[in-house]
Design a protein around this ligand. Structure first.
Ligand SMILES: *[C@@H]1O[C@H](CO)[C@@H](O)[C@H](O)[C@H]1NC(C)=O
Ligand SMILES: *[C@@H]1O[C@H](CO)[C@@H](O)[C@H](O)[C@H]1NC(C)=O
Ligand SMILES: *[C@@H]1O[C@H](CO)[C@@H](O)[C@H](O)[C@H]1NC(C)=O
Ligand SMILES: *[C@@H]1O[C@H](CO)[C@@H](O)[C@H](O)[C@H]1NC(C)=O
Length: 301
């Protein structure tokens, strides 16, 4: 029968430098016997865990399977393994969609790839270069279709740290404490890997996100070598204006203080902007940043 089961596995492998376990939710348009969508979920970050069984829908019109990644990922590739017990051709024509919309069960999101076919029991690799999304949907358009998935792997990274793709600049630079060092994601604990301005009036640091985003939060890591209090009073501003070097954009938050070497998070509630500025108002100020992360969603045209 079409549902003769062999020991198949449905894997979910998210490879990302962030710190959120998936614990994601999968769901499908209908379920054949115990071939439930949930069998696909492996909540362990970066680990592959075997599960017995495949997911499968009933024989229906436009069957789909959807994964909620719980965060916006930039998906580089998706690997789908087909069933090997029978009827490998059932996967033919399946579309892989990735995006943030749940409209039409997520099927209206952009297509990463259309699967022409996958030999029984084999895995094919689909490049999704540049597609960001919280949801990944596999969908077979048409009548009398059955969607069975024996392995799904999603490779990508948290798309939300928008700072990584941005360009940093600051009002002045102390020695080699370049603006870019605040977005290197690297050795932020090291004394040498922070940005710093000179001692000046109204020092600022600005990130050009290159597109307009709805910023949900900003995370700032303070220096730990000394003088943690220099950050006190820094303003986080977000907007589209470069007037006054960005200092006229609306304020998301004012930083009261951050203990040495720690990272504090500031909620910006979806403020829109292409530019994110940090500014310390006043004279004789030094703005030093050991890491800046910006989380948010792109605004799709
Ligand atoms: C997918 O293809 C890329 C490029 O050929 C390869 O490096 C990668 O290992 C493949 N991934 C899997 C899971 O087979
Ligand atoms: C789905 O059901 C239709 C109508 O009964 C049948 O013709 C078709 O072969 C079934 N499709 C699959 C993939 O089993
Ligand atoms: C922008 O910042 C630069 C560098 O600090 C400064 O020379 C310039 O006067 C500033 N421009 C405005 C409009 O504030
Ligand atoms: C900045 O320069 C002023 C004047 O030289 C000095 O008094 C002040 O301590 C300096 N600030 C810092 C944080 O080094």
């Amino acid at each position: 029968s079409a549902f003769l089961c062999v020991k198949n596995v449905l894997l979910l492998f998210i490879n990302f430098p962030g710190n959120r376990a998936i614990g994601g939710a999968s769901i499908q348009s209908s379920t054949s016997a115990d071939w439930i969508a949930e069998k696909a979920i492996d909540g362990n970050r970066g680990l592959q865990q075997l599960r017995t069984g495949c997911s499968s829908t009933l024989n229906e019109t436009n069957p789909w399977w959807r994964l909620d990644l719980h965060d916006v990922y930039r998906v580089s590739e998706v690997v789908v393994t087909n069933r090997k017990d029978c009827c490998a051709e059932q996967i033919n024509g399946a579309e892989i969609h990735i995006g943030n919309s749940l409209e039409n069960n997520g099927i209206n999101n952009p297509i990463c790839a259309v699967i022409p076919d996958i030999p029984a029991g084999e895995s094919n690799n689909y490049s999704c270069d540049g597609l960001d999304g919280r949801y990944m949907i596999i969908h077979i358009p048409g009548d009398w279709k059955i969607l069975t998935l024996c392995e799904v792997e999603v490779y990508g990274y948290l798309a939300e740290n928008l700072a990584v793709a941005g360009a940093a600049i600051q009002s002045s630079t102390f020695e080699d404490w370049f603006a870019e060092k605040a977005i290197d994601r690297g050795l932020q604990q090291l004394y040498t890997e922070c940005s710093s301005t000179l001692n000046e009036t109204y020092p600022w640091w600005r990130l050009d996100l290159r597109h307009i985003y709805r910023v949900s939060k900003v995370v700032i890591t303070n220096r730990k070598d000394c003088c943690a209090e220099l950050i006190n009073g820094a303003e986080i501003r977000i907007g589209n204006s470069l007037e006054n070097n960005g200092t006229n954009n609306p304020i998301c938050a004012v930083i009261p203080d951050i203990p040495a070497g720690e990272s504090y998070s500031y909620s910006c509630d979806g403020m829109e902007g292409r530019y994110m500025n940090l500014i310390i108002p006043g004279d004789m100020k030094i703005l030093t940043l050991c890491e800046v992360k910006v989380y948010g969603e792109g605004i799709h045209q």
